[in-house]
Design a protein around this ligand. Structure first.
Ligand code: AMP
Length: 415
């Protein structure tokens, strides 16, 4: 039997996992510095959480969920994590925590999509959610953190697009105008758009179907999109956000067609794209979702957040060298090697040795193959005279050092 990873999933091998760790470490630092705390929620939740919390007009809920029934309960592998975090927020009474509650998460998500470059069925997201602040300062902060992290990771050619899709107060009229504008040609739209027309016509703007895009380019619909439909409060929120972004020196473009895939967004939506990616050019997407906490059974709590796709970010990273092993112990005395390796590791020096106790020459070759910076050679001579031979694996230079501390000093100083 020839077992393979299921379609749309990938192993992350040691040749790549150090890059994942690099991204996660950088993210942890950026999040901790801004006082965001990590939250870890289950990988599966009850299906209803997603049908309600993501929205039943979305592709995610309609076509992409991995759902299974266990003892008559329908469960779903999380296709995104905002719904799970909101469920945890409510269930654990986090609305009673001092406001704002600032959270971050990372982990695998599952969507039954057609796999292609930049699109997998199991992929990983890193995200933040900020609860409790209605003011646009919260939107600005989460955007700032996304831009800061992507910048620290060395990503170039990114562009931030923002939009304000209104609130329940003003959006209904906008939805109706869109419906009116498209209704005479509705039959020409794709079948997904027919469903969106009924459930959330705003999402028709997001359709990737070429024919639908063409229809939306017609002047009648264009004028609806460009109309100033949002209410005074939403206009104020949007202009405040832009003022903050200007103060923060964050470049942005307004894209009136930007609506984002999920149903629960209101006011701010944003997306960060890269010109260095192919068709799947979205790196990060997010927005404000003030109604969601209440919709899922909690008290009214404004909230805003984003998620980025780790695979896509990693594919955009500049070349990164793996941190080499500090030293490899070359000895035929395995007990001594165990003892010494532990001493080095306690000093923060990464250290390995040959568990198979091969010949010295083989061990030196192994030290070189695993990219160690130094080898410490401990033969019979060295053991009897109480010294260690330190070999610089790059230059080949060797020196005899009288004490453990001398080795630590030599290994710790820059080569
Ligand atoms: P979304 O939750 O759809 O707003 O997606 C947020 C981010 O997750 C996107 O900008 C992508 O970077 C990433 N993403 C979404 N779906 C996939 C997928 N199927 N495979 C890889 N990355 C994805």
């Amino acid at each position: 039997m020839n077992y393979k990873t299921p379609k749309g999933t990938k192993d992350i091998l040691p040749s790549d996992s150090y890059i994942w760790q690099y991204v996660e470490d950088k993210a942890k630092t950026v999040f901790n510095n801004a006082n965001y705390k990590e939250i870890r929620t289950p990988i599966f939740e009850t299906t209803e959480l997603f049908t309600r919390g993501v929205g039943d007009s979305t592709d995610i809920v309609n076509k992409e969920m991995y759902t299974f029934v266990q003892k008559e309960r329908s469960l779903t592998l999380r296709p995104e994590n905002t719904a799970g975090v909101v469920r945890a927020f409510i269930e654990n009474g986090m609305h009673r925590y001092p406001s704002p509650v600032k959270l971050w998460y990372k982990g695998p998500m599952f969507r039954y999509e057609r796999p292609q470059a930049g699109r997998q069925r199991q992929f990983h997201q890193l995200g933040v959610e900020l609860f409790g602040i209605e003011n646009a300062s919260a939107d600005a902060e989460v955007i700032q953190i996304a831009m800061k992290l992507l910048d620290e990771l060395g990503l170039k050619n990114l562009s931030l697009e923002i939009n304000n899709i209104g609130c329940p107060k003003c959006r209904n009229a906008y939805k109706e105008s869109i419906k009116e504008a498209v209704s005479s040609r509705l039959l020409e739209f794709c079948t997904d758009c027919h469903l969106r027309f009924e459930k959330n016509p705003l999402r028709m703007l997001d359709c990737k179907n070429d024919k639908c895009k063409e229809l939306f380019a017609s002047t009648e619909i264009e004028s609806v999109i460009n109309s100033e439909f949002i209410c005074e409060d939403c206009v104020k929120h949007f202009s405040e956000l832009q003022e903050y972004l200007k103060v923060l020196n964050i470049d942005y473009k307004i894209n009136k067609r930007l609506v984002r895939g999920l149903d629960y967004y209101n006011r701010t939506v944003f997306e960060i794209t890269s010109t260095n990616l192919g068709a799947q050019n979205a790196v990060c997407g997010g927005g404000r979702y003030d109604p969601l906490v209440e919709m899922l059974g909690g008290p009214h709590t404004p909230a805003v957040g984003w998620a980025f796709g780790m695979e896509r970010v990693i594919s955009l990273l500049p070349a990164l060298e793996e941190k080499p092993l500090d030293l490899f112990l070359v000895t035929n005395n395995t007990k001594k090697a165990f003892e010494l390796a532990e001493k080095f590791r306690k000093q923060g020096i990464s250290c390995d040795f040959d568990l198979a106790n091969r010949k010295f020459q083989k061990q030196i070759e192994k030290a070189s193959k695993c990219g160690a910076k130094f080898a410490v050679i401990l033969g019979e001579d060295e053991i009897s005279s109480g010294v260690m031979t330190l070999k610089n694996m790059q230059t080949g230079d060797q020196q005899k050092l009288p004490s453990f501390e001398d080795v630590i000093k030599a290994v710790s100083s820059p080569v």
